[in-house]
Design a protein around this ligand. Structure first.
Ligand code: ATP
Ligand code: MG
Length: 333
């Protein structure tokens, strides 16, 4: 069985972007792959170092979202990054193999740096060593467990490419040690936000969360961006520029009717939004109900995390024996 390694940052609950971008794939693939799902608390701290309470609180939230969405602890290991010190060790070794200039060129890091001006300055002049280097730590996340397949959203492709470069360099310098991991994208590798932004993202506050109740979903959907040229209820409109139609498409809801009515001006946006809210709420119902079970059984969640972390740690220890041997650091073995 090949190994899947993937994960998320505990910076908030999971949203539709995570679900359609990667989580759905992981749920499907977990039966055919040895699956490890990382809660990346160390990475979350790179831009939340001053907010440890937020990171801590979201570790369990994330675990509950995984379980609710169908990650099966009998087939997947869910584990906590900071409890695998081997990852931190490997990050240090990897940091010699990549130039600072290369890290600056990573388009995802650049984009995120520009979004976080309050932390990193207008032109990124205050960017930290930790944030700039998080793709190196991510390379270690994947390789410390011999990860081969990485299901992710498309913002992660530059990071996986960097991981592959580090792996090649490592193998070149210290001898064949790691396989080059491969990213796996879903059919919808980047889900847009309610505001029409090209990425639904916790940091942008434009998300529908998997755990949102019907009332919250309705409120959010009412704020979604529609065709700006449609002024009156019976104006014809273009569904292709409408976020409401975009989400109808995502959950495959009544598309033919919606599309033709919208184009002919026979469908008001408010009614269309209400229909979407109801359909989305129905779509997420099973996830919400399963989540409630885990909210009421926190001890089960804790055990799953504990067991998953132990399994991941054992694996990382084995990999690091190989790494230290190849790097001539196996002093007393
Ligand atoms: P943050 O704003 O804190 O970075 P995020 O919403 O970007 O949060 P992450 O935890 O950084 O979420 O991302 C975890 C995984 O989910 C990654 O594989 C990422 O590619 C994927 N993902 C996140 N948002 C989307 C999206 N809108 N569409 C598709 N995939 C996404
Ligand atoms: Mg992100």
């Amino acid at each position: 069985m090949k190994t899947i390694i993937t994960g998320d940052r505990p910076t908030g609950k999971l949203h539709l972007g995570h679900y359609f971008g990667s989580l759905q794939n992981r749920v499907k693939m977990q039966y055919d792959y040895d699956t490890y799902i990382l809660i990346a608390d160390v990475q979350a701290l790179t831009d939340n170092f001053n907010n440890p309470d937020k990171v801590r609180a979201n570790v369990k939230e994330l675990a509950m979202d995984y379980l609710a969405a169908g990650i099966d602890p009998n087939h997947s290991h869910i584990y906590i990054q900071s409890l695998i010190p081997e990852i931190a060790e490997l990050t240090v070794y990897f940091s010699n193999l990549i130039s600072v200039a290369r890290l600056y060129r990573n388009p995802t890091t650049k984009h995120e740096m520009n979004q976080k001006k309050e932390l990193f300055g207008e032109a990124g002049e205050s960017i930290t060593y930790g944030f700039l280097g998080y793709p190196v730590s991510q390379a270690a996340d994947i390789t410390a467990l011999d990860g081969e397949i990485v299901p992710v959203g498309d913002d992660q492709l530059p990071h996986i490419e960097q991981t592959r470069e580090v792996v090649r360099k490592f193998n070149n310098v210290y001898g064949e040690t790691f396989k080059e991991p491969e990213a796996v994208l879903s059919k919808t590798p980047r889900i847009k936000g309610l505001d029409g932004n090209e990425k639904m993202s916790k940091s942008l506050n434009n998300c529908i969360y998997l755990s949102d109740d019907e009332e919250t979903i309705t409120k959010k959907v009412m704020s979604a961006v529609t065709d700006p040229n449609k002024i009156k209820k019976d104006d014809p409109a273009n569904p292709d520029v409408c976020m409401v139609y975009y989400y109808h498409k995502l959950i495959d809801n009544n598309l033919e009717t919606i599309c033709s009515e919208c184009k002919k001006g026979e469908r008001g946006c408010v009614a269309c939004k209400k229909e979407l809210a109801t359909a989305l709420s129905e779509y997420l119902k099973t996830i919400r109900e399963k989540r409630r079970y885990y909210e009421e059984h926190p001890e089960e969640v804790e055990k799953i995390l504990n067991d998953g972390t132990e399994a991941a740690r054992n694996r990382a220890k084995e990999v690091m024996k190989r790494v230290r041997k190849n790097m001539k650091l196996d002093y007393f073995e």
